[in-house]
Design a protein around this ligand. Sequence first.
Ligand code: DUC
Ligand code: ZN
Ligand code: ZN
Ligand code: ZN
Length: 509
Amino acid sequence: TEYDLVITNGVCVTASDIAALDIGICGEKIALLAPSGSLAKASTKRLIDAEGGYVMPGGVDCHVHLQEPNMFGKGCSADTFETGTRSAIAGGTTTVVAFAPQQRTEPSLLAALDAAHGLARGNCYSDYGFHLLVGNAGEQALNEIAKLPERGVTSLKIFMTYEALQLCDCDILSVLAEARTNKVLTMIHAENGDVLTWLTDRLEKRGFVAPRYHAHSRPPLLEDEATNRAIALAELVAQTPILLVHVSDAGATRRIREAQTRGQPVFAETCPQYLFLTREEHLDGPHGFEAAKHVCSPPPRDKAAQAAIWTGLRNGTFAMLNSDHCPFNYDDNFTGKKACITEEFPAGRFRHIPNGIPGVETRLPLAFAAIDRLDRLPLTKLVEVTSTNAAKLYGLYPKKGALMPGLSDADLVVWYPNEGSAKSSATLDGLTITNSMLHHDVDYTPYEGRGVTNWPRYTMLRGKVVWDRDGEGIVGDKGYGQFIERESSTLNDIWQRVEEAGPFDEEKL
Ligand code: DUC
Ligand code: ZN
Ligand code: ZN
Ligand code: ZN
């Protein structure tokens, strides 16, 4: 065989195995896994020596916001499909699933999907898919849910908060019923929007408007209550599978764990901000504006919550660690965080700060820095939560998230051996995260100054090296990234169980 690319002398890591193996790649696919060193002299167009480092399936980040106009009724998020996917590959992520946002004023889901395709096509460095973000659950939208799977879209997201997006419980039920019938996974942003508006009004009346009060306006109980309600509504609609996104707190985690223990198909994701940031790390005083750099929803919680999130990631409560990359520039008076500063409110007004932070590029390096630590993540778990489970849950497996010869795309991340080790709490020289080393189009990172132990040496997408850290950096091409049509979820056979249970029937309640 003549290979296009061979990776020799690496230690392959998947969600289930760790083994020293060489990889032979033909075209866009993994062709062969072979004993270590056995392909070192094979006939190949290119040979990469992994130098004993880890070789993993490329990261799959199924929660990124790119080029969404009018987010939450506010500005446009900072990264385009071009800059966001460029940032993804530089951090070892080869597939992203972004959102196709339907505005409340727009009755059609398919029109929203077409618009997102128009923005992404020809502009991506990584492969990509879409979730439909349902802002208007009217009759047309409900009818169009049936058309999503044939368009390669098998998931949608709904909101229990944000005036511009919040659905009432009856709309949520209608979406769940339609999604269930069509094997579409429903992602839910669970925070009680009415309570948060009420708290925001009260905080404002007392003059507590600076960015740090964002956290006071959405305490954990709002997330706990909405998570519980989402689980109850899904249970009512004949156990419709749901996914709780960006879970931040211990209470919500407990609700999810309990539902899973009962056997209800409830899945959950957490994000780097809940593992690596805390509410206690105030960036400035009570009236400063720096805290706007941590304004995302839900907000980072306290140390106890952070510990509960780590536990949930280790014990499987969270299937995935996705970034929720949703960046807004900091120093931007028009669409960024500072757009809320006025003469009347010189320290800004948290209710008008767009909610979201960047993180698609730092997700894998931050997680990798946790693997050596016994209380954190085993190596196989790292791959499971940053790649494989997302691929299974969102219908990309085993094309993505795996190293199966003949089946899996040759999407890989190669990490050279750590010189520094988290065990000695040392960090590699030059591996302190700074915004200047990142490839997004955002003027800050919430992880500025944080040490990590390693960074992807190479990222490969469908057989092509697209990131070469010690070489020219980004070597992939804009437009090489393809839209990936997704199948229905295969994680835990969820749709098979739904089929066996039969259709939702009110009479059986
Ligand atoms: N929800 C998200 O999914 N991302 C950013 C902010 C939000 O509320
Ligand atoms: Zn209603
Ligand atoms: Zn959300
Ligand atoms: Zn998000």
